[in-house]
Design a protein around this ligand. Structure first.
Ligand code: DGJ
Length: 742
């Protein structure tokens, strides 16, 4: 035995074991083991990742087998040893391994080979920082160990540090990679993955979240084939189309059983999660920055750190995996004062009045909302510059007092007088061609100087690779936030990127713009959020266009979708809950007919569905009937009574809405004393069949009283026998049932 570091803290048995001859590295996370070995001429080979195993000597799992002579054999290796066949832990491009590589480099001599061999390792207590990038972190009392394995390309004198953090409070493994150029000449990094994984066999499915504006997070499950499949974004943000998250699932894995491997990137720009099944049924997964148009110049002495990838293995299906992500992201990724606090119930002005408002109208809405118990009024787009539509003024963060009829300070005080706090919308990363800012600084946007830029929603994107532009944004947002008692900010971002260039970068660094942009965004967000620690920040990108783990590090909640139709939201929230905690997901009750799909759903169901996450309203309160207002007041009271469960509870998916007429989900408090079950039926049936739902996550030995009917049930009986769902009264009807331990 070379080294062994065992730790049992917080109930999770975590250990990093290193053995010699051959070198073997084993990471135990409690429920899972991850094993690698150095084999052949210094190749780092992946041996195993899955349910916990005894011992570490499993090098037989990578048994060398003779292959047809076509396969290239690295110089010096045995004839039977082809890296094109072996499960390589982190493969370099241009060597004998011809599958999709984890890293690719080229130097000034045209050497496009990255041949990585084992160089050394370190075991670090805790988790090293990855400055400038969002990452999981340790709270006081949390334990973790990090294994750092260093590989080296001897010709380029290039070092690649692979980091693996195991936590004592979570079965997750956090991975990232740092490339260091110790050579004498610059090297261009054209691909660098955060993590590469190998699985034996081809019998897996790929589960991912796809969509579009207003229908984000749709879950899709496809067989993994003998080809390269990718979930990716090339839009400059993580995007509505694909989320930076995927699951490799055993064919028989479902919500409650079977082996699944989650891969989540803590990153908000162009990303790639690709799978590739080789000729011998070895499955490789690469996850990291999308290498499309990516090229990062590493000068001698420079280094490059990738974003973090968080791996979660579960042998109890998707539900267990999701709860592990929720817990980790809730308390070890999201930050700030509001991280653990129940979120205020808010009223957002957007769908209520869009651009058409003044102070008088806002105060009427606020007064009406305050009467129902709503706690925060959010003034959305339209309060600044000449912004009466989406054609102009982004960048001109000066309050339009003429439109409001008063100062922002007076408006805020007016809203506060109703008993509510005040919040404000910004879109800080954008610039309208028709704005004072653009007229003053026409080169401050991302652009290619020989070409006319494409507009998206009539706007351009500020070049946040530049420090002067970053400073402008920080200063402009801070000035407004300091001018009045603003308690909440909605930070929006409303277009995809095109003609991505910067006036300040030399041509050889053009491949760095996307990544430098998001580093700029992270830096601006860090500066603004730390300057205003008492403000609740909510991220948005036309709904869920940049709802990812990267942004969650700066802002603890995210507007999930511009579609708040309760029925579409079942799919959206179901998919979102695969990886992101309920507290991160903001959900509003909006007016009917719904503005996106024109569907008319009962207020009761709109409330029940929105209560799954951080709750609010988005409609003109002054137009509600007295009965509707009473119902809203009852919903707000109900939400407030149980809202701490959204932060600290565990969520269970009971019936998937995908290709189904029904949906059910549950939240159970951390001490299992309270459970809330929500059941929704899309279209009602005549003379309906009975749906029985088995509850999850309860204390089997406890008795629970149904708050509505007063009946007492055993936890075990509710979980094993279940409950019959009541007959629905109409289409889109629903029921919310609360159970409290007696
Ligand atoms: C897009 C957001 O998703 C909406 O909620 C709203 O804030 C608009 N932008 C405002 O322009």
């Amino acid at each position: 035995m070379y080294a062994k570091n065992n730790k049992t803290l917080g109930g999770n048995k975590m250990a990093i074991t290193v053995l010699k001859d051959p070198m073997i590295f084993k990471i135990d996370t409690g429920n899972a083991s991850y094993v690698m070995a150095v084999m052949g001429q210094g190749h780092l080979i992946h041996l195993y990742y899955g349910a916990a195993i005894d011992g570490a000597r499993v090098e037989y799992l990578a048994a060398e087998r003779g292959r047809a002579s076509f396969w290239a054999i690295p110089a010096g290796d045995e004839d039977s040893f082809s890296t094109d066949v072996m499960p390589m832990e982190y493969a370099g491009q241009g060597t004998a391994d011809l599958r999709p590589a984890a890293v690719a480099t080229v130097d000034a001599d045209g050497d496009n080979v990255t041949d990585l061999r084992y160089f050394g390792y370190e075991i670090l207590e805790g988790k090293p920082d990855n400055p400038g990038l969002p990452h999981t972190y340790l709270n006081q009392g949390d334990g973790a160990q990090t294994l750092k394995i260093t590989l080296r390309d001897a010709v380029k004198d290039l070092y690649v540090d692979l980091y693996y953090t195991a936590f004592d409070f979570s079965g997750a493994i956090a991975r990232w990679t740092v490339v260091r150029n110790a050579g004498a000449q610059a090297v261009d990094l054209t691909r660098v993955m955060s993590a590469s994984l190998q699985f034996p066999g081809k019998d897996y499915d790929l589960i991912h979240l796809h969509g579009a504006w207003a229908r984000e997070f749709h879950v899709e499950r496809t067989p993994i084939a003998h080809t390269t499949q990718a979930v990716s974004s090339f839009r400059g943000s993580s995007s509505h189309l694909h989320n930076p998250f995927a699951v490799i699932a055993a064919k028989d894995a479902d919500e409650d059983a079977g082996e699944v491997y989650g891969v989540s990137l803590i990153y908000s720009s162009n990303f790639l999660i690709e799978t590739d099944v080789d000729a011998f049924d070895g499955l490789r997964l690469n996850a990291g920055i999308n290498d499309r148009a990516f090229c990062w110049r590493l000068e001698p002495g420079a280094s490059f750190a990738t974003p973090e990838a968080v791996l979660v293995f579960s042998d109890q299906g998707l539900g267990e995996m999701s709860r592990a992500y929720h817990k980790l992201y809730q308390r070890n990724l999201a930050r700030g004062k509001y991280r653990d606090q129940p979120r205020p119930v808010l009223l957002n002005s957007w769908e209520g009045v869009y651009f058409d408002f003044n102070a008088e109208k806002i105060l009427r809405m606020a007064k009406s909302a305050a009467q129902t118990g709503i706690e925060l009024f959010v003034l959305d787009d339209g309060w600044f510059g000449k912004r009466d539509n989406d054609l102009c003024a982004l960048g001109d963060w000066v309050v339009n007092e003429k439109k409001l009829g008063c100062t922002l300070h007076d408006l805020v005080e007016g809203v506060k007088a109703t008993g509510m706090d005040f919040g404000l919308w910004f879109e800080p990363e954008m610039i309208s061609p028709d704005s004072d800012l653009y007229r003053a600084h026409p080169t401050w946007c991302l652009h290619q100087k020989k070409r006319a830029p494409s507009l998206g929603r009539h706007q351009l994107i500020l070049d946040l690779t530049r420090k002067d532009v970053q400073d402008y944004v920080v200063e402009a947002v801070s000035r407004v936030l300091s001018s009045a008692d603003i308690r909440y900010v909605k930070w929006d971002m409303n277009r995809n990127m095109a003609e991505v260039g910067s006036a300040c970068l030399p041509p050889e660094r053009i491949g760095e713009v996307y990544h430098r942009y998001i580093l700029g965004v992270y830096s601006v967000m860090e500066r603004v959020t730390s300057a205003f620690p008492n403000v609740l920040f909510e991220s948005c990108s036309g709904g869920g266009g940049r709802f990812d783990a990267g942004i969650l590090y700066y802002m603890p909640q995210n507007w999930t979708s511009d579609d708040s139709d309760a029925i579409e939201r079942l799919n959206i929230q179901y998919g979102c809950s695969m990886v992101y905690p309920p507290s991160a997901m903001t959900c509003h009750v909006s007016a009917v007919p719904n503005h996106q799909v024109a569907r008319v759903t009962p207020l009761n169901t709109r409330g029940n569905v929105a209560m799954q996450g951080s709750f609010g309203y988005e409609l003109d309160m002054t137009k509600l009937t007295p009965e509707e207002k009473e119902e809203v007041a009852a919903q707000v009271e109900e939400y407030k009574r149980y809202r701490d469960l959204v932060i600290t509870g565990s969520q269970y998916r009971l019936i998937s809405p995908v290709n189904s007429n029904e949906c059910a989900f549950m939240t159970v408090s951390a001490d299992r004393s309270t459970a809330i079950l929500t059941y929704v039926k899309k279209l009602n049936d005549p003379n309906p069949p009975v749906t029985r739902v088995r509850l999850k996550g309860l204390d089997p030995d406890a008795q629970y009283r149904g708050v509505a009917d007063g009946k007492v049930y055993s936890g075990r009986t509710l979980m094993n026998a279940g409950l019959n769902m009541p007959a629905m009264r109409a289409d889109f009807d629903s029921v919310r049932m609360v159970f409290e331990r007696v």
